[in-house]
Design a protein around this ligand. Sequence first.
Ligand code: ZN
Length: 293
Amino acid sequence: MVSELSDQLLPFQLERSGLRGRLVRLGPVVDTILSRHDYPDQVARLVGEFVVLGASLAGGLKFAGSFSLQARGDGPVPLVLTDVTNDGDIRAYAEAKEGAADKDARLDQLMGAGYLAVTVDQSAVGGQTYQGIVELEGESLTDCMLTYFRRSEQVPTGMRVAVTRGEEGWRGGALVIQKLPETDPHAAEDAREDWQRTMLLLATLGEEELADPRLSEEQLLVRLFHEEGVRVFPRHDLAVGCRCSRRRIDKMLATFSAEDLDDMADETTNEIGVTCHWCNKTFTVDRDDFREP
Ligand SMILES: [Zn+2]
């Protein structure tokens, strides 16, 4: 039997350079999210890239709320959205129009022109919300994200992403390394060399390796960075988490007019079916529960 990837986020540090990184590997999580929808393969792969990159860019989940990636474009896939909470609950979905299946599996082909927004939303706990935006450009989500970090955050960033479908389902991985502002200006020359050497090593990481369930996270990191000294920090579990509930659906329906509710109700059963666009679950609600007194 083929083992599955661990659905975990592993933060690490390279001892020689002090650079920090995060490795995310998703098996059942990304497979569940993608299997709930009937996307063409290349759309599923793109959504999978959003999921693994979203989890790896969420800064070690050190916020209180949610971290999201949202892309909107004028192509056959006008929307891709993913978010992850600080508890590690991930959800994602995309809109795909007819014609998406005929496109190449490239970001620019599938989504066209538009933008990508990166948001940390801490409003639910009374905290700040931060958002950065970059134009959708490049052949892949990785290209687009690298442009984002260069322009918006000015944080040197290296990343590799893999999403593949094997016999046991979808799986994916992402490895992100970022160079946070240096604290010691005298070390700038060394730091530049450290960065270049680390990026060369990162570039040797193949997609098969990154999503290979036979390699543990530690094995993968040691194989890649054995001369750099790898120190791993405690892992975070990642899970599929939708936030839909009957209560939320009721609250949403309560905002519609009686006329709209009549239109939405099935003529025979008098029921309203509401499908959660994130997880594709359908809630069936009796129209009469919303009749004005
Ligand atoms: Zn849902």
